[in-house]
Design a protein around this ligand. Structure first.
Ligand code: CP3
Length: 345
């Protein structure tokens, strides 16, 4: 069984012995070869907008580690860009050139431009599949509507005085108008990605964990579920990730994904238990070592990999971190992690 077959089987809910493994943000700054290429080419944006460079970056972690899957090298903020809001990636995080505050602001956003503005994504996926070969899984992705709205309303990463949540309660109709616009674009973007040889798409709903169950059902589910449903109709497997999912897990069955990615806070056996009370047919899971644990001793990492595997107790899952890998992560921690996964059965 090659890596791709192992990944596909698990996404279909089959048991495969050791789980397939990949790492959120596996291509990036913790790798010296990434830092070197970015330095040479100038910026992150140059890398992801150039299909050959994006494919090269995607391959860097695959060459180093026994990973089973590679993920498109891009960013979730290409959607705001395609809607007419420029994004700058700075050391402190991304900055958007303007904030969306009113219904008039929403109306200035462009719709229907994704295919043209993000055509480089298709070329990147094609170049990536060429370099990757047929024996590894290839994953496409997008940000989810609520998480993208968060960046567009805040103008960057959310702050403590969250403008987005004030808008949610003060001007719910404006937020819903924005979410609908974004949802249409995300669907177009993901359908475009499925025209390439990919094995799954992951939807990143990083900021949805900030909501209570009322707001999740009102502002997340209606704008995300139709995207997952349309992908299901195209027979493409979907992975759905919320950072801080514990309190919302009882509502996530409604999202209609094939896989639920569990963040690092919740233990996998607890996640399984909560999901089982909703629906005895629990989906495939993904996760969930804390990215910070890769800084720990080899003994700690080995113990925790075996513990996560034991918590799943034969339930199909994809091994991963419970959020993206940090730029300061020691490569030796990643090596230990992957080696220990290879030793599972
Ligand atoms: O996983 C992968 O290897 C694929 C590529 C990928 C990137 N970003 C590359 C990236 C993916 C899937 C993302 C998703 C993403 N981007 C999310 C959702 C996942 C999550 O982490 O919660 C979010 C919220 C973003 C927005 C974003 N992009 C932030 C907050 C930042 C700054 C923080 C940081 O790590 O620098 C980025 C920049 C970014 N995205 C980099 C990379 C490799 C760093 C670019 C660089 O400086 O070279």
């Amino acid at each position: 069984m090659n890596s791709r077959q192992r990944f596909q089987k698990v996404l279909q809910g089959e048991q495969v012995g050791r789980p397939p493994v990949w790492i959120m943000r596996q291509a990036g700054r913790y790798l010296p070869e990434y830092r070197e290429l970015r330095e040479k080419e100038g910026s992150f944006k140059t890398l992801y907008r150039n299909p050959d460079l994006a494919a090269e970056v995607l391959m860097q972690p695959i060459r180093r580690f026994a990973l089973d899957a590679a993920i498109l090298f891009s960013d979730i903020l290409v959607i705001p860009e395609a809607m007419g809001v420029n994004v700058e990636f700075q050391e402190g995080g991304p900055i958007l050139e303007r904030r969306i505050e009113t219904s008039a602001d929403v109306k200035t956003l462009q719709n229907g431009k994704v295919r043209k503005a993000l055509a480089f994504t298709n070329l990147s996926l094609q170049a990536s599949r060429r370099l990757l070969g047929k024996e590894h899984a290839l994953i496409g992705f997008s940000g989810a509507p609520y998480t993208l709205a968060s960046y567009m309303v805040e103008g960057g990463a959310a702050s403590r005085t969250s403008r987005l949540k004030r808008m949610l309660y003060e001007k719910p109709q404006v937020l819903k108008e924005l979410l609908q616009r974004i949802s249409d674009e995300v669907l177009d973007y993901l359908l475009m990605q499925t025209e390439n040889e990919i094995d799954a798409v992951q939807i990143f709903d990083t900021w949805a964990g900030d909501l209570n169950s009322y707001a999740y059902q009102e502002f997340v589910v209606p704008y995300t579920r139709p995207i997952l449903q349309a992908l299901r109709a195209k027979n493409i497997k979907t992975i759905y990730f919320v950072n801080g999912c514990a309190a919302l897990l009882p509502f996530m069955d409604e999202i209609n994904s094939d896989v639920l990615a569990i963040d690092w806070r919740l233990s996998m056996d607890t996640a399984l238990h909560i999901l089982q009370t909703q629906n005895p047919q629990v989906k495939t899971l993904q996760g969930n070592l804390d990215p910070l644990e890769l800084f720990a001793s080899a003994e700690h990492i080995q113990k925790r990999v075996r513990q996560i595997h034991a918590q799943l107790n034969g339930h199909p899952y994809v091994m991963n971190l419970g959020h993206g890998i940090l730029p300061q992560t020691p490569i030796s921690g990643v090596e230990t992690f992957i080696k220990e996964v290879m030793a599972l059965s």
